[in-house]
Ligand binder design. Structure first.
Ligand SMILES: [Mg+2]
Length: 503
């Protein structure tokens, strides 16, 4: 027996990590008015010292429940030989094995706590393989042959939208030009937008200051949280618009390419504004509310209603179309779809709470979305994400992953690179969410270049870029970490006194 055949996953560690973002208002929106960004963090370990890191994101209470589920899922990988795991087909088998547990499946299936817990474990397994190969995760996948890509992808329940044979054809077509795209990516980076300027809990002065800072960082796409108070939203949107549309404020910022602005309601300086209501409205309420924000000329409205309501999203999109609230032409050049891509077609974005590929299949089939916002932990890891990338490419809908929280920003740059290199072949109209919180806790945090674009992860040892410093974990593990024991009560009292934190 070769030495490698003896290497197997021997143990795992699950940690409940929580960060006190509720004390600063970071991450707040119309639905989530108090968030403590949290991670159910798992470390897989082999008997020869290899590790794989994965996390799934929550916003505080309940993270312990997710940790319990992560333990249940991770325990099933103990004893797996790396020789069986470390291949595209091996990863495909691992995913089917984890998702096919005859008992855990009952508490999903493929949704909720058990699904996001599975994401942490699946992502950890991929991270371990990428580290083993000494390649960042995106590179590991981008170097797959089309056959390997298909072997790693789950197609169960979606073959009515895309079959493995169709996927193979699509991937083979995209092999051409891959090297040129990679060179372009390395020189330019991947386009990004910022959400950090307009959290719900921020006062106007902070919004204005952060907007100016984002312009200085090179950003020309900005997103604001809306949905709790229309007057407040109109005021804050006008405030942001007054800054981002002012040529003096934007002097010195790199000029965006015309192709990157097509149909996005860009202002005179090439700035684009998007709005996100985090599921707060009923369907008709969404239509009436968003019409009142027309003057701000948003590109898209994100998560207007319940994430499971596919037909509701389709109805909102259809009803907003005549008002030109957002835009159209969200289709990559040369790809046809069953709806016209005229300039006045409003854009609707959702997906961060779409809990599995079947939900995306329906959103796409019902022509309910213009922008597909996959989440790296809501879907059960890479295997399921590849399936959604393929469906979106087939339907001509650009993928702009959800990021933020703790760790999501680290993950998504890998996913957008895979999409650009292997699947959609375009990044001209895509923008990837960027949120500038909690990066200091990661060994390989995401970074932005002077154009406001994501830099491409290039450290061969970083895997899926989710490794954290041991000191950070020791401080923020809940409830006995040093921060929670020594500092939290004092900082909480100060935030209450300053009127930032509501008990
Ligand atoms: Mg959102």
């Amino acid at each position: 027996m070769r030495k490698r055949d003896c290497v197997e996953i021997e143990s795992y560690l699950v940690e409940d990590l929580r960060f006190p973002t509720s004390l600063t208002g970071d991450g707040t929106d119309a639905m989530q008015k108090s968030c403590d960004y949290s991670a159910a963090y798992v470390t897989l370990k082999t008997n020869d010292g290899q590790v794989g890191y994965g996390l799934t994101f929550t916003i505080g209470r309940g993270n312990d429940i997710v940790c319990a589920a992560v333990s249940e899922v991770a325990s099933r990988l103990v004893g797996w030989k790396t020789a069986d795991l470390f291949s595209a087909a091996g990863m495909g088998k691992m995913w089917n094995f984890l998702l096919g547990d005859p008992q855990l499946r009952w508490i999903g299936p493929e949704k909720g706590v058990i699904h996001i817990a599975t994401a942490a474990v699946v992502n950890a397994a991929w991270d371990m393989w990428a580290r083993h190969e000494q390649k960042p995760l995106w590179q590991l996948v981008a170097e797959f042959s089309p056959e390997e890509f298909v072997a790693a992808t789950t197609f169960r329940y979606i073959t009515d939208m895309i079959t493995p044979a169709e996927a193979l054809e699509l991937l083979r077509e995209k092999e051409a030009g891959k090297a040129e795209r990679l060179a372009k990516l390395k020189s330019e980076g991947y386009p990004a937008y910022t959400t950090s300027v307009g959290w719900f809990g921020y006062p106007d002065e902070k919004v204005a200051r952060l907007t100016r800072e984002a312009i200085a960082q090179g950003f020309n796409h900005f997103k604001m949280k809306v949905g709790a108070d229309v007057k407040m939203d109109q005021r804050r949107l006008a405030l942001i618009r007054s800054i981002i549309d002012d040529p003096k404020e934007c002097a010195g910022r790199p000029t965006p390419s015309p192709e990157s602005l097509v149909g996005k309601n860009a202002g005179p300086t090439g700035s684009v504004l998007m709005i996100d209501s985090n599921q707060v409205w009923d369907v008709q309420e969404a239509v009436e509310y968003v019409k009142q924000l027309e003057d701000a000329k948003p590109w898209f409205i994100e998560e207007p209603t319940a994430p499971d309501d596919i037909l509701g999203h389709a109805s909102i999109r259809k009803q907003l179309k005549p008002h030109g609230i957002g835009v159209g032409k969200s289709l990559p050049v040369g790809i046809e779809r069953g709806v016209s891509a005229d300039e006045n077609q409003p854009a609707l974005a959702t997906g961060e709470h779409a809990h599995n590929r079947m939900c995306f299949k329906q959103l796409l089939a019902a022509e309910a979305i213009d922008v597909c916002q996959i989440d790296s932990c809501r879907l059960a890891g890479i295997n399921e994400i590849l399936a959604v990338l393929l469906m979106s490419a087939k339907m001509g809908v650009p993928v702009c992953p959800h990021a933020g929280g703790v760790g999501l920003t680290n993950y998504v740059v890998h996913l957008s690179i895979i999409d650009y290199l292997c699947v959609s072949g375009t990044k001209e109209r895509n923008v990837l969410e960027y949120v500038d919180h909690l990066h200091e806790h990661f060994t390989n945090p995401p970074t932005i270049n002077s154009r406001g674009y994501y830099n491409i992860p290039s450290d061969p040892t970083e895997g899926y870029s989710i490794g954290m410093f041991e000191e950070s974990k020791a401080a923020y593990v809940y409830p006995h970490g040093s921060y929670w024991v020594n500092d939290y009560q004092r900082e909480r009292a100060a935030a209450i006194k300053a009127g930032i934190y509501a008990v």
